[in-house]
Design a protein around this ligand. Structure first.
Ligand SMILES: [Mg+2]
Length: 239
């Protein structure tokens, strides 16, 4: 492991990833995806609602483009199930998952996982004048549900900004440049937290400071500074 030394003292903004950083990497795969599959009946029951109908039509359009065949509503639902199981990033799947999850969060059957030390550290940073934003490949509405209905209650007031792949993909340097422009801060005043080496590489190339979170199961080899949890990140920011 390299020992990367630089001061974090002029940090103004913390940009954080979700999965593997604030939240267990398995939350989406082990909780959210199965929840969608178990509640697929809610999609079937709402086929005549315009918001659902338009997404089903988008699924059919993709199948026409990719397989050159017309499919029924029921076939479209089978494709959604398959795409969910294979983690395909299709906008219609994401939209329908978001609708099903929203209902689950609101009726209390889903709660966003947050590592236990994260809420208090985030609150302390905010109280000390830092701004905090999210950058995740999950959609902004899904991010707001996760933090709005988290195990630690509604954490949305902590965050100033939410970014998803609308600004670009997480392993591309330009995405971090886009975020930096949107924030209007010098890149070196932004610290990006993530569990993924390639995301951190891209953020560093855009001029941001970087810290890799070593949550359980993550690879400790890194050319970035590393921290076991947000308490350790906090000590780095203070030193
Ligand atoms: Mg991650």
């Amino acid at each position: 492991m390299l020992n990367v030394q630089y001061s974090m003292k002029n940090t103004q903004y913390i940009l954080t990833d979700i999965e593997g950083t604030t939240t267990s990497i398995s939350f989406v795969a082990d909780v959210l995806f199965p929840y969608f599959l178990e509640h697929i009946e809610e999609v079937r029951a709402a086929l005549n609602e315009p918001a659902v109908h338009s997404q089903i039509e988008a699924v059919k359009k993709t199948v026409v483009e990719e397989e050159n065949r017309q499919i029924s509503d029921e076939d479209a639902i089978s494709f959604l199930v398959h795409w969910c199981k294979t983690d395909r990033k299709h906008p219609a799947l994401k939209a329908l998952q978001g609708m099903v999850w929203e209902k689950g969060y609101k009726n209390g059957s889903l709660k966003g996982h947050i590592y236990p030390e994260v809420p208090n550290i985030l609150k302390t940073w905010k109280e000390n004048g830092l701004k905090i934003g999210i950058y995740s490949s999950g959609s902004v509405p899904a991010q707001k549900l996760l933090f709005g209905y988290s195990e630690a209650g509604d954490l949305k007031p902590i965050f100033s900004d939410y970014f998803d792949t609308v600004v670009g993909h997480k392993r591309e340097v330009q995405s971090y440049k886009n975020i930096q422009l949107a924030l209007g801060l010098p890149a070196e005043q932004i610290v990006f937290l993530s569990d993924i080496e390639q995301e951190l590489d891209a953020a560093r190339e855009a001029g941001m400071k970087t810290i890799k979170l070593l949550r359980p199961g993550n690879d400790p080899l890194s050319t970035h500074r590393t921290a076991a949890d947000f308490e350790e990140v906090d000590r780095m920011l203070m030193s």
